[in-house]
Design a protein around this ligand. Structure first.
Ligand code: NAP
Length: 268
């Protein structure tokens, strides 16, 4: 099994943001199957309640809390932060998964949607990580997962704000992993590529522009994310094809990468 393989990674209770759908939902299901109690966070309270009922019905003595919260809203974020630091029923795994991104050139985007993207992907993720690390550092135990993206490896024309927010996450995760080395606290950054979820429809991505091969299912991404965190590793690029792409990208000059990606974007 992916979890509970060592004393350090025997999670008792995880808080998962963006648990109502896609990768977050798959992570919550796999944690529940491993007997980890859960706090599920998203705006869609009804979907979270359904998921909580499903997880509890599937056996075991799981404790599943539902937190309906908008991470873009200061009150919603403050409530989740408060839950993260609560010592009463403490969290030993924080999964910062909630995220979004709209497609289109920046000048054509809606300003509120630009703020929403930065608000969830950067501000909320950083504040929740900050809150978790404060309590985990005191306890000398705990793990944080940051869901980034392959888009973090290269500035992406037409999803410029999204890829910039993900570059922030990958950089943050790399630094925090080293900051906490040897303390009993680890931060694992996950870089999925194209994954079949509601993400692209929500962000109005034109899927004709993107390759039709090389997609992963949310379950596969979730399993790789949890397996990597359970091993206290710093980072995982999910899927073999994404691993190959990431390796090629790391070996190519930045200027060449930028020209190729710019050419592909203009062609579309
Ligand atoms: N799908 C891909 O191809 C792909 C690739 C690379 C990385 N990723 C990353 O993977 C993560 C999960 O994406 P996904 O593909 O599973 O997307 P998804 O199916 O659209 O799910 C996104 C989740 O985030 C939650 N969320 C969005 N805005 C929120 C807000 N303001 N407050 C609270 N929760 C919010 C949504 O719940 P509510 O709407 O109920 O609030 C939902 O549960 C994201 O960080 C994304 O950037 C996805």
């Amino acid at each position: 099994m992916i979890l509970g393989t060592s004393r350090k990674t025997r999670w008792e209770r995880a808080l998962v943001t963006g648990a109502s759908e896609g990768i977050g939902r798959a992570i919550a299901q796999q944690l529940a199957a491993a007997g980890v109690d859960l706090v599920l966070v998203a705006r869609s309270g009804d979907r979270l309640e359904e998921l909580a009922a499903e997880l509890q019905a599937s056996g075991g003595q799981l404790d599943v809390e539902v937190m309906e919260a908008d991470l873009c809203d200061p009150e919603g974020l403050a409530a989740v932060e408060k839950r993260v630091v609560s010592e009463e029923v403490s969290i030993d795994l924080l999964v910062n998964n909630a995220g979004l991104g709209y497609e289109g050139p920046l000048y054509a985007q809606d300003g509120a949607e630009v703020s929403e993207t930065i608000g969830v992907n950067v501000v909320a993720l950083t504040r929740l990580t900050h809150a978790a690390l404060r309590t985990m550092a005191d306890r000398g135990r705990g793990q944080v997962i940051l869901v980034s993206s392959m888009a973090s490896l290269q500035g992406m024309p037409t999803t410029a704000v999204y890829s910039a927010t993900k570059a922030f996450i990958t950089s943050l995760g790399e630094a925090l992993y080293e900051e906490h080395k040897g303390t009993g606290v680890t931060v694992t950054t996950v870089l999925p590529g194209l994954t079949r979820t509601e993400f692209h429809e929500r962000g109005r991505w034109d899927l004709d522009k993107w390759p039709s091969v090389g997609w992963q299912d949310a379950d596969e991404v979730a399993a790789e994310a949890l397996r990597t965190a359970a091993r206290s590793r710093p980072e995982v690029v999910t899927g073999w094809h994404n691993k190959v792409l990431a390796l090629l990208s790391s070996k190519s000059p930045r200027r060449l990468r930028r020209s190729i990606i710019g050419w592909a974007a203009r062609r579309n």
